[in-house]
Design a binder for this molecule. Structure first.
Ligand SMILES: [Zn+2]
Length: 176
């Protein structure tokens, strides 16, 4: 990934290359620490309001400044992904959201950083919740299915597309 020497996070010894399970990894000869190249875990939530519209935020930070996205973000090491997703909804769209179901899991490739595992949930605004932009958002708004803006990130576009398929499927199965 890079040529900068790394040091053990436990004992400070310089790491050495070692082959572990067929992969070349940096490890500590003194205490056994291995610098695993793990993916980061992120969540995203397709939040429906009572009208069945999707609540999105317009980003006030890079990457994707000024563009619309789903609420979501990095999962902390001690968090359940669903709790993390609900927390991100509180922080980014200022609303309590019930996490309803898993929408999909996506592999997000990065050129200059470890890849990410994106976990998308279907969420629903809790009764009486009124979305408001969090610190990292310029505004929040709800969009009907035929007026959805293109989300800033490819993984959000994938999740949105899977949500649209799910909704079209349920419309076919429950004709009115
Ligand atoms: Zn060590």
């Amino acid at each position: 990934m890079d040529d900068v020497p790394h040091f053990c996070v436990n004992c400070g010894t310089g790491l050495e290359l070692r082959t572990i399970e067929g992969r070349e990894l940096e490890a500590c000869a003194r205490c056994g620490f291995v610098l695993w190249r793990d993916p980061k875990v992120v969540t995203m939530v397709v939040v429906e309001n009572e009208a069945g519209e999707v609540v999105m935020g317009r980003r006030g930070i890079e990457p994707g400044y000024g563009r619309w996205c789903l609420p979501g973000g990095y999962v902390n090491d001690d968090e359940h992904p669903a709790s993390s997703a609900a927390r991100e909804c509180r922080e980014e769209i200022g609303a309590e959201v019930e996490i309803v179901s898993l929408l999909g899991v996506y592999h997000i490739r990065k050129r200059d950083a470890p890849s990410m595992v994106g976990i998308a949930y279907l969420g629903r605004l809790r009764p009486g919740a009124v979305p408001a932009p969090g610190e990292e958002m310029l505004e929040v708004a709800a969009f009907s299915r035929d007026r959805l803006p293109e989300p800033a990130f490819p993984s959000h576009r994938e999740a949105m597309s899977d949500w649209l398929d799910l909704r079209e499927q349920s419309l076919r199965e429950q004709p009115r």
